[in-house]
Design a protein around this ligand. Structure first.
Ligand code: GLA
Length: 399
């Protein structure tokens, strides 16, 4: 199991580190959680429905405004320190800011939305594994957005902060992602999964009974930056599929709006790759609907079956899995105590999740660990995660 540090201790460290570098300061402290996605893989940018759960791990930020037109950002988990003049932001490529592109992008879009353009000092820390498919970048973005909102007392609704964070990711960082990660971090609720319609951003909550099922996150420790993966290529392949289906059956807003029969009938026009991508999208839509119905009637095995079928489709038709994730999913699924398993996040590396009958995670961990070590000669990291609360301000500066 990965080493666990109590959240209050991490929050204290971040706060203390800020005060050490700026003696006498009075920073605001915010928290934004990561997420696992139970169902709805790669559906958000295809106008589908997704089912993420916010976890109790996340990113903390201590922040204070400054009046000299500069932004500084550092992290207890990173060596690079950002210190820039706000006037420089537009003249440099986002990639030159490294991880700082996330807070700087949010700062820019927040300033554009509210007119609040003071500089800011930011110190980050957290317990969420980075670049592992648990949405660490959205957590950095939302923590920044929450701090800006609090410091400027702008009182924006959480969904608006999620929109600002999403604009930063797509418009500034340059990843063509959908809205799932930012909305999950902003709107997640303890003990519940978020059913998010990514076409109109409407939400419902689906209770998860933690007395019956636990979320085991199995981290392959294979790291990837989505900018360097085929993520944007998948987005483009889906855009092409949508164009072809629109020509064949008339315009609909998104790929998720077509049916499996339509995809099959258009397979010649679509070609092999676009048929596979479109088939994943339309069948995944059906799995979310079936899975949610199962959860609502407490049929955890039915839900787990939909989760495992989602993994197969993401691996075979969407081609975003890898040998390490397939191994974690297969060895978890070989256990009777597991309802289902799949990769979480974009794929290409990072984490898989298993839904484990409560009280049995230790047994599953030792069995998965053993077969993974036999095959790859290294151990995955394991985390047992709870469905935690969404975005929040933990401490406001004195006013
Ligand atoms: C990443 C993206 C999300 C979503 C998932 C795949 O996490 O940031 O928008 O597309 O991949 O479901």
């Amino acid at each position: 199991m990965a080493e666990t540090v109590h959240p209050a201790e991490i929050a204290d460290r971040v706060y203390a580190s800020f005060r050490e570098s700026l003696p006498g300061s009075d920073p605001t402290l915010c928290f934004a959680p990561g997420r696992i996605n139970l169902l709805g893989a790669h559906l958000d940018y295809n106008g589908g429905v997704v089912l993420p759960v916010t976890v109790h791990l996340g990113v903390y930020v201590a922040a204070q405004l400054r009046r000299d037109g500069r932004i500084t950002a550092r992290s207890l988990n990173h060596e690079t320190v950002i210190d820039i003049d706000i006037a420089e932001i537009d003249s440099r490529p986002a990639s030159s800011f490294g991880w700082g592109a996330y807070p700087i992008g949010v700062w820019s879009y927040f300033a554009a939305a509210t007119g609040c353009d003071d500089g800011i000092d930011l110190v980050f820390g957290g317990d969420l594994p980075m670049a592992a498919g648990l949405s660490s970048s959205a957590a950095i973005e939302l923590a920044t957005a929450c701090a800006l909102d609090e410091l400027h007392r702008s009182n924006l609704p959480p969904a608006e902060l999620a929109d600002i964070a999403h604009q930063a990711e797509t418009g500034f960082v340059g990843l063509s992602c959908g809205i799932m990660d930012q909305y999950a971090s902003a709107l997640g609720r303890e003990g519940q999964a978020l059913l998010l319609n990514c076409q109109d951003a409407s939400t419902e909550y689906v209770p998860i009974d933690s007395a019956k099922v636990e979320f085991l996150v199995m981290d392959s420790r294979k790291r990837r930056s989505l900018g360097e993966t085929c993520f944007n290529q998948r987005v483009e392949e889906c855009r092409r599929a949508l164009e072809i289906l629109s020509r064949a059956y008339g315009h609909r807003p998104a790929l998720a709006d077509y049916t499996l029969d339509e995809v099959k009938a258009a397979s010649e026009a679509l070609g092999e790759i676009s048929t596979k991508r479109a088939r994943h999208v339309v069948t995944e839509m059906a799995r979310v609907i079936t899975g949610v119905a199962c959860l609502r009637r407490d049929d955890l095995q039915g839900f787990g079956d939909a989760v495992s079928a989602s993994h197969r489709s993401t691996a075979i038709d969407y081609e975003v899995s890898c040998a390490e994730l397939d191994e974690l999913v297969a060895s978890a699924n070989a256990r009777d105590e597991v309802f289902g398993a799949r990769l979480t996040g974009a794929g290409f590396g990072g984490c898989a999740i298993a839904l484990v009958a409560a009280g049995h995670t230790e047994t599953v961990i030792s069995s998965v660990e053993k077969s993974y070590r036999q095959r790859f000669g290294s151990s995955p990291n394991f985390h047992v995660l709870k469905a935690g609360k969404g975005l929040r301000c933990l401490r406001s500066a004195q006013r």
